[in-house]
Write a protein that binds this ligand. Structure first.
Ligand code: FAD
Length: 455
């Protein structure tokens, strides 16, 4: 190991990986520091990958009419296999690109030097011309809740459940809460989903929100809106969640899924002049520079959109700026949202609510999955693709999809919607021949449905 690098990246999640690969391919000496034993970040070990692998295993089990009381350890074994493959792959990227991997927890000594505390107690200092923070985020834990109790878990520790509970209360109906409510309901256990707000995922299009609430309820999830946590009691027999409305929800396990905090604490940032807001998010400009121009921050530690997909791109953009002083691309905007509830959701661009508020003359085209041959063949007829377009120019303004493969289907529309000028047109879907039968055909059906409304 050297003591001085061109670029030091802290964190080996998608943000750190995107930054490190760009910097090393740009010919710089790069080191990546991570406190975890393996590369991949919380994305690979505690977030995206394990939750999606678990979801897939449970869905497969359900469609095979599988075990009625599957062991949670067995379910996680599949996820462990995927995690191992991902780690191996990602470690190979670093080795091939001659990026030094340093194990330990990094903290700034001053704005140009960090100290890394290794697992064996050793401490080493490293200096760099540029630093890129990609330290991610962790579940927010209210101070009055005892997370050492085996029945109280968050999205990190839920993956270490010893056995499959018979019932679970998910507190917090954001993306992670809704996903885990679906996943556990897929195991046919009793699920309570407690929402602080009066709607689920209020940033989505209303029709999609309604579809999600309907299908979660229909699958058996008990949703309670506009509720607030008061206190929790846990013992050997279960957990009792007391709500401010005086309701008491009993279950085997409580999954706290309310909020996340940026991993910006205990990193000596106060010695550097880097600013952090009240949610622990590092404040950056459009080029991902902090108040110290040679220190960049990307991914979950800078806050929204808190997606692996965005983190990777932010890492690439920040490293490009760090290397060249410019980056054409900037903050990630207009990126798709993929929500892996069952059924899944994906959306891109404006909702009807936003277009109405902005007084944009738009029209809607729908394609219901139950009308598509491919959906009928594969038995996935629950779902809809909805295209919002300008009624005069036919420019696509928003795409919203609910149903199986929604997070894949969205990208077909994205390819057209992100075209410049007149190339972004609904007509593409009418004038292009699609394979048949496919789910992609939904675009043609939705486009024709929408055009019928403007003729
Ligand atoms: C349950 C769940 C499901 C999710 N599902 C999806 C999904 O389907 N799609 C999607 O796009 N996103 C999803 N996300 C979000 C996604 O995981 C994050 O947006 C992504 O991991 C952020 O990447 P990152 O590089 O910013 O940080 P992370 O992946 O969090 O990696 C940060 C790394 O930095 C390390 N670190 C922190 N502090 C230090 C320090 N001081 N010194 C050394 N190392 C340090 C951490 O240990 C970690 O290894 C999900 C998240 C959760 C929790």
């Amino acid at each position: 190991m050297r003591e001085h690098y061109d670029v030091i990246v802290i964190g080996s999640g998608p943000g750190g990986e995107g930054a490190a690969m760009t910097a090393s391919k740009g010919g710089r000496r790069v080191a990546v520091i991570d406190q975890d034993a393996e590369v991949g970040g919380s994305c690979t070990h505690r977030g995206t990958i394990p939750s999606k692998a678990l979801r897939h295993t449970i869905q497969q089990l359900a469609s095979d009419g599988g075990a009625t009381d599957p062991d949670f350890h067995d379910l996680m074994r599949k996820a462990d296999g995927v995690i191992r493959s991902q780690v191996q792959l990602r470690r190979g990227f670093y080795e091939r690109n001659r990026v030094d991997l340093i194990a330990g927890r990094a903290a700034f000594v001053d704005a140009n030097c960090i100290e890394v505390a290794g697992v064996n107690g050793g401490r080493n200092r490293y200096r760099a011309d540029r630093f890129i923070l990609a330290t991610g985020s962790r579940p927010y834990r209210p101070p009055d809740m005892d997370f050492s109790h085996p029945r109280i878990v968050d999205s990190d520790t839920v993956l270490r459940l010893k056995e499959t509970p018979r019932s679970i209360t998910v507190y917090g109906a954001g993306v992670i809460g809704c996903e885990y409510a679906s996943i556990f309901r897929g195991l046919r256990i009793k699920v309570n989903l407690i929402n602080n707000r009066d709607k689920l995922l209020s940033f989505l299009d209303d029709e999609i929100i309604d579809a999600l609430a309907y299908h979660l309820r229909e699958s058996g999830v008990m949703i309670r809106h506009s509720e607030e946590y008061d206190r929790v009691e846990a013992d050997d027999s279960g957990v009792r969640l007391h709500l401010k409305s005086n309701k008491v929800i009993h279950s085997d396990v409580l999954l706290w899924a309310q909020g996340r905090s940026g991993n910006s604490d205990a990193m000596g940032l106060e010695t550097t002049g880097v600013q952090v807001n009240e949610r622990g998010s590092v404040v950056v400009n459009a080029s991902y520079q902090t108040a110290q121009p040679h220190i960049y921050a990307v991914g979950d530690v800078v806050g929204s959109p808190s997606l692996a997909s965005a983190a990777y791109d932010q890492g690439r953009f920040a490293a490009t700026h760090a290397l060249t002083g410019v980056c054409e691309q900037s903050l990630v905007e207009d990126i798709p949202t993929g929500i892996y509830t069952i059924p899944e959701i994906s959306s891109l661009g404006a909702t009807e609510r936003e277009l109405t508020a902005r007084k944009v003359p738009y029209e809607v085209g729908h394609a219901f999955f139950r009308h598509l041959a491919r959906a009928q063949i594969v038995g996935r007829t629950t779902g809809v693709l909805k295209i919002l377009f300008h009624r005069e120019t036919l420019r696509i303004l928003g795409i919203h999809c609910f149903g199986s493969q929604a997070s894949e289907i969205i990208h077909i529309g994205q390819a057209i919607m992100t075209q410049p000028g007149e190339a972004n047109t609904l007509n593409y879907f009418v004038n292009t021949t699609f394979n048949y039968p496919t789910m992609a055909e939904a675009y043609r059906v939705a486009a024709l449905n929408g055009l019928n409304r403007v003729m």
